[in-house]
Design a protein around this ligand. Structure first.
Ligand SMILES: Nc1nc2c(ncn2[C@@H]2O[C@H](COP(=O)(O)OP(=O)(O)OP(=O)(O)O)[C@@H](O)[C@H]2O)c(=O)[nH]1
Length: 518
C-alpha cells in the first residue's frame, strides 16, 4: 500500500514537472519565434540601410532574409550572420572614406568660393553646402552632386564672357579690316596732289603693310586732317583764282565804262563837228550864190577858210583821241581774251578733277563711284530694252600673299597689268571698274550667251598666262570670276549680291574658276 502510494506520488510529481517543462518549452518557443521576427525585421532594415554600400553585404543580407523567411534552422543561419558581421566590420572603413569625402567637398567648395567675380547667389549656395556636415555616404553623394552643379554654374559664368569677348574681338577685327580697306579706298579716291597727296600715299602704304588698332585710329585722324588740308588748299586756290579774275574783271569793267564814256564824248564832238561842217557848207553854198566875183567874196572866203582850218584841226585832235580810244579798246580786248583763257584753263582743270573723281589713279580704269553710276544707267536701259545684261566680278587669287612675298610695288604692278589685260578683252560698250583692293567689276551689256562665256573665260585664261617675274622668280597669278545676268525683278543691289555669291563659289571651288549663277 505504501509502495502504491509512493508510486502515485512520484507520478504526480513527474506530471507536475512535465507540465512545468511543457510550460517552459512553450515560453522558450514563443521567445524564440519572437526573436526570429525581431531578427527578420532587423535584417530587413539593415538591407535597406546598407543598400549600395557593398554588393557582397547586399547579397549576404538578401540570403539571410530569404533563409529567415523560409524558417530555416537557426544553427544553419548562424554562419551567415557571422559573415554579415564580418562584412559590417569592413564597413567601418567607410567612415574614414566619408570623412575624406567630406574634407574634399569642403576644400573644393572653399576653392570655388575663392574664384574672383563669382555672383553673390553662387557664393551663398556654396556657403549653404558647407554648412551641412554629411552624416552618411548617401548624404556625401548628394553633396558631391550639388558641388558638381555649383562648379558647372561657375564654369559657365566664367566662360560665357570669354566667348562673348572672343566674339567681340573677332567683330573688332572685322571692323578694323573694313576700316583699313575703306581708308585705302578713300585715299585712292581723294587722289590728292602736292604735299598732302604724298603724305596720304605714305599712309596708304602703311595701311597696306598692316597696322595696329591704335595706329589705325591715328591714321584715320591723319587722313581726315590731310583731306581737310587738301580741301582747304583747293578752296584757297579757287578763291585766289576767283579774286584775281574778279579783280581783273572789275578793272576791265571800269576802264570799259571810261572808254564807253570817252567814245560817247567823241561821238558828241564828232556830231558837233559834223554840224559845224554842215553850217560851213551852208555858208559856202550861200556865198557862192551871193557873190558873183571872186574878189568881192575874198573877205568872206577868208573867214570860211579860217573856220575850215579850225574844223580840220579839231578833226585831227578828234582822230588822235579816237586812235587812243581804239588802242585802249584793243588793250581791253587782249585783257578780256587773257581772262577768258584763264577761265578756260580753270574749266579744264575742273573737268580733269571731275574725270579723276571717277578714275582709279593706280590702274587708270574707272573706280567704285563710276561703277555705281554706270550700273544704274545700264540697269535703266535693261528695264527698257530687256537685252541680256551681264555683271562679272574678277578677284585676284591670294593677292595678299603676293604683297607679303614680293612687296606692295609688285602688287601694284600686278593690279595695273591685270586691269589693262581685262580692259583689252572687253568691247567698247563694256565697262570695267576697280571697286577696291584686288577686285574689278565688269558690266557687259547686250551680250549673247556664248559670247559672254567666251569673253570671261578668255579673261581668266589671259590673266593666268601673264608672265610675271618678281625677285628672280617666275610668278603665275590667277583670278576667280563670279558672273550673273540681270533677270526678272532684279535690282542692281540684288545682282551685285548674286555676283558676290558666284565669286565666293569660284574661290571655294579652288580659285582660278569662272562660276555663273543664273
Ligand atoms: N599692292 C596693293 N595691295 C592692295 C591694294 N589695295 C588692297 N591691297 C591688298 O589686297 C589684299 C586683298 O586681299 P584679300 O581680298 O583679303 O584676299 P586675297 O589675299 O586676295 O585672297 P583671296 O581673294 O581669298 O584669294 C590685302 O592684303 C590688301 O592689303 C593696293 O592698292 N595695292
Amino acid at each position: 500500500m505504501t509502495a502504491k502510494y509512493n508510486a502515485a506520488s512520484d507520478v504526480s510529481e513527474l506530471k507536475l514537472r512535465l507540465d512545468q517543462a511543457q510550460l517552459s518549452y512553450r515560453d522558450v518557443s514563443l521567445k524564440s519565434r519572437r526573436e526570429i521576427v525581431i531578427l527578420k525585421r532587423l535584417i530587413a532594415r539593415m538591407s535597406v540601410a546598407c543598400k549600395g554600400l557593398d554588393s557582397e553585404l547586399d547579397k549576404r543580407l538578401d540570403t539571410l532574409r530569404t533563409d529567415l523567411e523560409q524558417n530555416k534552422d537557426i544553427s544553419k543561419i548562424v554562419p551567415h550572420l557571422a559573415q554579415v558581421e564580418r562584412l559590417l566590420l569592413r564597413q567601418t572603413s567607410t567612415h574614414s572614406t566619408m570623412e575624406r569625402l567630406s574634407d574634399l567637398i569642403r576644400q573644393s567648395s572653399e576653392s570655388l568660393k575663392r574664384i574672383p567675380a563669382l555672383p553673390v547667389q553662387l557664393k551663398r549656395d556654396i556657403h549653404d553646402l558647407l554648412s551641412q556636415a554629411p552624416d552618411s555616404l548617401h548624404h556625401s553623394h548628394q553633396q558631391i552632386t550639388q558641388l558638381f552643379g555649383l562648379y558647372d554654374r561657375a564654369l559657365k559664368l566664367l566662360t560665357v564672357p570669354v566667348s562673348i569677348e572672343r566674339e567681340s574681338r573677332s567683330k573688332d577685327n572685322d571692323l578694323q579690316h573694313k576700316l583699313c580697306n575703306e581708308l585705302q579706298q578713300i585715299i585712292t579716291e581723294l587722289d590728292a596732289e602736292g604735299e598732302s597727296g604724298d603724305q596720304l600715299l605714305a599712309i596708304r602704304h602703311q595701311l597696306l603693310a598692316g597696322v595696329e588698332p591704335i595706329s589705325l585710329v591715328e591714321l584715320c585722324l591723319d587722313v581726315l586732317r590731310l583731306a581737310l588740308d587738301s580741301f582747304i588748299h583747293e578752296r584757297r586756290h579757287s578763291q585766289k583764282f576767283l579774286d584775281v579774275i574778279s579783280g581783273d574783271l572789275a578793272a576791265l569793267e571800269q576802264t570799259t565804262r571810261q572808254t564807253a564814256d570817252q567814245g560817247q564824248a567823241l561821238y558828241k564832238h564828232r556830231s558837233e563837228l559834223t554840224a559845224e561842217l554842215g553850217q560851213l557848207s551852208d555858208r559856202f553854198h550861200h556865198a557862192l550864190q551871193q557873190y558873183t566875183n571872186l574878189e568881192s567874196w575874198r573877205g568872206a572866203a577868208h573867214s570860211l577858210d579860217t573856220s575850215l582850218r579850225q574844223l580840220v584841226e579839231r578833226q585831227r585832235s578828234l582822230e588822235n583821241r579816237e586812235q587812243a580810244l581804239l588802242e585802249q579798246l584793243h588793250y581791253h580786248k587782249n585783257r578780256a581774251e587773257h581772262l577768258y583763257q584763264q577761265t578756260q584753263n580753270q574749266h579744264r582743270q575742273i573737268e580733269d578733277l571731275q574725270r579723276r573723281i571717277f578714275l582709279d589713279p593706280l590702274t587708270r580704269v574707272y573706280n567704285r563711284a563710276a561703277f555705281h553710276d554706270r550700273l544704274e544707267h545700264e540697269y535703266r536701259r535693261w528695264i527698257r530694252y530687256q537685252h541680256p545684261l551681264c555683271l562679272a566680278i574678277v578677284n585676284i587669287d591670294h593677292f595678299g600673299d603676293l604683297n607679303d612675298n614680293y612687296g606692295f610695288q609688285a602688287g601694284d604692278k600686278v593690279l595695273k597689268i591685270i586691269a589693262r589685260t581685262v580692259h583689252q578683252h572687253l568691247r567698247d560698250t563694256d565697262f570695267i571698274a576697280r571697286v577696291g583692293n584686288d577686285e574689278f567689276m565688269l558690266i557687259l551689256p547686250d551680250i549673247a550667251e556664248d559670247e559672254r562665256h567666251r569673253r570671261l573665260s578668255g579673261i581668266r585664261e589671259a590673266i593666268l598666262q601673264l608672265p610675271f617675274r618678281f625677285r628672280e622668280k617666275n610668278v603665275t597669278i590667277s583670278a576667280s570670276i563670279g558672273a550673273t545676268l540681270f533677270d526678272d525683278t532684279d535690282t542692281p543691289g540684288k545682282v551685285i549680291e548674286r555676283g558676290q555669291k558666284a565669286l565666293s563659289s569660284a574661290k571655294h571651288a579652288g580659285r582660278n574658276h569662272l562660276i555663273w549663277i543664273a
